[in-house]
Design a protein around this ligand. Structure first.
Ligand SMILES: [Zn+2]
Length: 451
């Protein structure tokens, strides 16, 4: 049975579901005002691995992840670019999904957009006001945290110590320094929705609590996100549900930061500043494998060396998959190996152990194939295929594909030859060869294959 570290309980506990065989999970989604960064990649790949593993284990998974499509950062970006918040949100949501598709993620089963839920958010804020748990100020509506039972659970601190540690408040209308905005009154020129307590827009913490409870219902199984969301974002979502007497998430799972050479997210990857750049330079599967090789609760280093090393490791997996492909069809994975995989993953998602197992299997499989021992090789190769699939790593069993940009060079060379531009044709041949491909002239034109 899967065991996960639960932030609220401070220990690894059995993952229990509300309904047998079904998992309901909420993953805080992006605020779409720029291209996804490398930390987003860790988050989305990690929870995709969890989801695929749960599905592989026989669960039906409902995975909700929101899009925050109205926010200060979106408004500021629109202002800087001379466009509208809608345009900014649309543009970067499109980029987001292009990148997530390239990473091989299953799209969430539900993708609620904040702007489609404003009426329900207004209703929630009104209910909190009516019950005397929230109050209006000149710039919005705030939750009175002193009235929330057990506020501070996910901060792992008491209300008193949070109040004492809160930064000096500039807003003297707030009752407590850690009270937070449920609703922000519109400033001139900003998008606004009507509300009885003043036109404006919802606070971020109110979005997620409304959308998660609406789609997944009370007491849903799992709420996830990065360590940085634990407090205040997740605590503040939880506080609103608790204040209204609703059961919120049953398990809380948080992952550690991405670091670059020991520093939290920085620009030291040179020209790689976001996931779009990273995927321009590396196989998306290598990024997934890099994430799998770190435990989710440990900080993870992303460097060019680490990515290059992971690409080389991925190449070993692909090479084995190609070598074993003709034998593996119809083969049954060794059940003892699958048990080892399951016990690693069930142990708080020990993906480093699971991937180490995968590479051990590849070594064993290669040895067996070298010895022409198919009886030993086939169950191992079938297990490699099964485990890779459960982790979302699609191995290339067919002949190595020629990338589009190399094919484009081959077509350009044919065009140059047709135009009798021999020096350009030669230059293009050199380019294809230096990319690692053999160039052959055939009656059908230039053919390329990997060296
Ligand atoms: Zn959230």
């Amino acid at each position: 049975m899967l065991q996960l570290f639960d932030t609220a309980r401070g220990q690894v506990v059995p993952f229990e579901t509300r309904e047998p065989g079904k998992v309901s999970m909420y993953v805080c989604g992006p605020t779409v005002y720029g291209p996804p960064h490398i930390g987003h990649g860790r988050q989305t790949v990690l929870y995709d691995v969890l989801r695929k593993y749960l599905a592989w284990s026989g669960y039906e998974v409902r995975h909700v992840s929101n899009i925050t499509d109205i926010d200060d950062q979106i408004i500021n970006r629109a202002h800087d670019e001379g466009s509208t918040p809608d345009d900014v949100a649309c543009t970067y949501e499109r980029v987001w999904w292009e990148v997530m598709d390239a990473l091989g993620l299953d799209r969430p089963t539900d993708i609620p957009h904040a702007t489609a839920y404003v009426d329900q958010m207004v209703a929630l804020v009104q209910e909190l006001i009516d019950r005397g748990l929230a109050y209006a100020t000149s710039d919005g509506v705030y939750l009175d945290t002193s009235q929330v039972e057990g506020y501070g659970l996910l901060a792992l601190q008491s209300l008193d110590s949070l109040q004492a540690g809160a930064r000096v408040e500039t807003n003297d209308e707030k009752r407590n320094p850690i009270d937070f905005a449920l609703w922000k009154r519109a400033k001139p020129g900003e998008p606004a929705w009507p509300a009885p307590f003043g036109d404006g827009r919802p606070g971020w913490h109110t979005e997620c609590v409304v959308m998660s409870l609406d789609l997944l219902g009370e007491g849903f199984d799992l709420h996830t996100g990065g360590q940085d969301l634990r407090f205040p974002h997740h605590e503040n979502e939880r506080a609103q549900a608790v204040a209204l007497g609703k059961r919120f998430a049953n398990h809380w799972m948080h992952h550690a930061f991405v670091e670059v050479k020991g520093e939290k997210m920085s620009k030291s990857l040179g020209n790689v500043t976001n996931l779009v750049d990273l995927l321009d330079q590396y196989d998306p599967r290598a990024f997934r494998l890099l994430i799998l090789r770190s435990h989710y609760r440990s900080p993870m280093d992303v460097t060019h060396d680490a990515l290059a090393d992971t690409e080389a490791a991925l190449h070993r997996l692909d090479t084995f998959a190609r070598r074993a492909a003709e034998h593996v069809e119809g083969g049954v994975p060794d059940p003892e190996v699958l048990d080892r995989f399951r016990s690693a993953m069930d142990d708080d998602l020990d993906t480093p152990k699971a991937t180490a197992l995968l590479f051990d299997l590849v070594r064993q499989g290669n040895t067996a194939l070298d010895a022409h021992d198919l009886g030993a090789a086939v169950p191992v190769a079938a297990a490699v295929r099964e485990i890779s699939g459960a982790l979302g790593l699609v191995l290339r069993e067919g002949a190595a594909a020629v990338p589009d940009e190399v094919l484009a060079l081959a077509h350009a060379r044919d065009a140059a030859r047709a135009a009798k531009d021999w020096s350009r044709a030669d230059t293009l041949r050199d380019e294809i060869q230096s990319a690692g491909y053999v160039v052959e002239d055939t009656p059908a034109g230039t053919q390329v294959r990997p060296t």
